[in-house]
Write a protein of this length. Sequence first.
Lengths: 111, 113
Amino acid sequence: GIQVEQSPPDLILQEGANSTLRCNFSDSVNNLQWFHQNPWGQLINLFYIPSGTKQNGRLSATTVATERYSLLYISSSQTTDSGVYFCAVGPLGTSYGKLTFGQGTILTVHP
Amino acid sequence: EAGVAQSPRYKIIEKRQSVAFWCNPISGHATLYWYQQILGQGPKLLIQFQNNGVVDDSQLPKDRFSAERLKGVDSTLKIQPAKLEDSAVYLCASSVGQVEEAFFGQGTRLTVV
């Protein structure tokens, strides 16, 4: 099956710093989503981005489908950004919700 | 718009007991998924429904896990009998159809002792 690798596995920042999270995947996809899992376990949809670039406030994401990677940018980080960030992909020919998740990046933002 | 609702939020049972989880998807969402998330890992798909039919249950341990969505809306996931390795968060997700992004509920955290 498709492989999803996220880096770095852990990231510690001071409030106000910027960061970039990376997601590499091993095959062509028709769906790629970034999620934030908050301390209560809720998976929050950040971006649906199988290709191209999107921005939402301090967050933005870019997926280069031909090179099989996606990047999530967090600018001016806040303590509320802490949690686990997951990249999840849906291989070509499958339902968009049949997602294969990476192992996640644990982000800790200190005040 | 109300999100995906799951209950209970937490459950502690002894091994070999049975347990059931409930999911109510976002209104109008025909596709429903159950995922299992073991501590420290990303969620893993267990089963996918389209309306009241199973689309994919290839990852569901059918000797002990079962799921149903009888009326094409709510769904239940059952484990009988539970093992220690079933301790995990069980997440339900739904989407309008098979080619739209999925949205997740808060999950049910199961501890088997």
